[in-house]
Write a protein that binds this ligand. Structure first.
Ligand SMILES: Cc1cc2nc3c(=O)[nH]c(=O)nc-3n(C[C@H](O)[C@H](O)[C@H](O)COP(=O)(O)O)c2cc1C
Length: 174
């Protein structure tokens, strides 16, 4: 269970020049993790390869962001998203993730991969953290998760509509 580990509240940081990389199969099971991922997430390769990617899910991440991610990548498109992940010891680290499908020569999706870099600190503290808190609160307000995700997603859409920009523009504007 991803959320069974006790959270320490301690944030981990990684080098501005480093890229955290993982690859998954079509269901999101990890097939590759680079050295930086293993160092930051405090796992050994054998702990992660063959495991679902939600093993590092942090409870502060709104469900609606992952729903958007899966909807995008399954339809063959890329997405950028701010993500907080949990480490093996219950610490956490923030990334700006780029998640994209991998195609074979017939242009069929054969898996996915993600490259993650150090996120902009001001964007995180001033925009993303309060936004994710709001989205998570909306998701928890109703008894069933599916409705909660729809409510949170509508809030995000309305916020973007009021700004007159799409999700991608929003991510790059902050
Ligand atoms: C290539 C790829 C990379 C992913 N990276 C992460 C990640 O770093 N952290 C994370 O929590 N979920 C990541 N996910 C999404 C997870 O598969 C999952 O949807 C998410 O953790 C939510 O889990 P849940 O549906 O059990 O709540 C990734 C998925 C893919 C395909």
């Amino acid at each position: 269970m991803p959320n069974a580990i006790r959270l320490t509240g301690i944030e981990k940081f990684f080098d501005e020049d480093s890229v955290i990389v993982t690859k998954t199969d079509q269901r999101g099971v990890i097939t590759y993790a680079n050295k930086t991922f293993l160092e930051v997430s405090e796992y050994f390769e054998k702990d992660v390869v063959g495991k679902p990617h939600n093993m590092i899910r942090h409870p502060d991440m709104p469900h609606c962001i992952f729903r958007k991610m899966w909807s995008r990548i399954k339809s063959g498109k890329e997405i950028f998203a701010y993500v907080v992940n949990r480490t093996k010891l219950g610490n956490h680290y923030w990334v700006l993730a780029h998640v994209t499908p991998s195609f074979n020569t017939e242009q069929q999706i054969v898996g996915f991969h993600s490259n993650r870099r150090v996120p902009d600190r001001t964007s995180l503290t001033e925009v993303i953290v309060p936004l994710y808190q709001k989205l998570s609160a909306l998701e928890r307000e109703v008894p069933d998760l599916d409705t909660g995700i729809t409510v949170a997603d509508s809030y995000l859409r309305k916020m973007l509509q009021e700004k007159g920009i799409g999700y991608d523009q929003f991510i790059f504007s902050i």
